[in-house]
Write a protein that binds this ligand. Structure first.
Ligand code: NAP
Length: 204
């Protein structure tokens, strides 16, 4: 029997982390029989204005609180330690350096990212190194996305799995808006994360 591990890397800003992320990660872990999922909070995501993102230590603290009760969930905080913009290809390399390089790696994130993936640094190399798991929200018109997945498979031999996750109806943007408008966020994210948001007066 092979001892090659299967590991998920769950990339995202997590501003804040919510049950949609957690349900997705747990479903992917169980469906693909992964040995672990490492949450990889973005430091300064390449295509984003860093000023609008919550402080990285606060986002990291919320991820830690959210995953504490799942023994399969861990954190890879490589991107948070870097001052400069971070690119997934470099993160994957750093992760491989850290673990057994024989592991099969799955990179899990929002499926929207697949639409612009040809703008990612060294995306062709990335397709060789990882299996992409793109998660969509229910009700999204996926025709263009499915076309894009075919295109990426045909042109780059990309390995891509597409999952639709009803729980992703929850979104970080919606949670931030609710807080700003004084509406409840109960049941959208773990209680411990909600308490942390209240204590630190985030998203007001
Ligand atoms: P984001 O703005 O946090 O999210 C974009 C959309 O995808 C949002 O709708 C978001 O929903 C959803 N999403 C994000 N992470 C998700 C996850 N793990 N599971 C399910 N849905 C998720 O996206 P981002 O952080 O900038 O980028 C996502 C990942 O791609 C990060 O790891 C980032 O470093 C990487 N990336 C790499 C490059 C590159 O290497 N050149 C370029 C762009 C992005 P919520 O808001 O509800 O989370």
């Amino acid at each position: 029997m092979s001892d090659t591990k299967k590991i998920g890397l769950m990339g995202g800003t997590f501003d804040p982390i919510h049950y949609g992320h957690l349900v997705l990660a747990e479903q992917v872990r169980s469906n693909l029989d992964l040995d672990a999922i490492y949450f990889v909070p973005s430091g300064r995501p390449p295509h984003k204005d860093g000023n609008k993102i919550t402080d990285k230590n606060l986002r990291l603290a919320m991820v830690k609180l959210a995953i504490a009760d799942n023994e399969y969930f861990k954190i890879f905080d490589y991107e948070l330690k870097k001052e400069e913009k971070t690119f997934t290809v470099d993160t994957v390399k750093a992760f491989k350096d850290m673990i057994d390089s024989k592991a099969v790696l799955y990179f899990i994130t929002g499926a929207d990212q697949l639409m612009k993936i040809e703008s990612w640094k060294e995306y062709e190399k990335l397709f060789e190194e990882i299996i992409f798991v793109g998660a969509s929200r229910p009700g999204n018109d996926d025709v263009q996305l499915i076309q894009q997945i075919h295109y990426l498979k045909d042109n780059y031999h990309a390995r891509i799995l597409h999952v639709e996750v009803p729980a992703l109806a929850i979104s970080s943007t919606d949670i931030r808006n609710r807080i700003r408008e004084g509406n409840s966020i109960k049941y959208l994210l773990p209680d411990r994360v909600e308490q942390f948001i209240i204590e630190n007066k985030l998203y007001k």
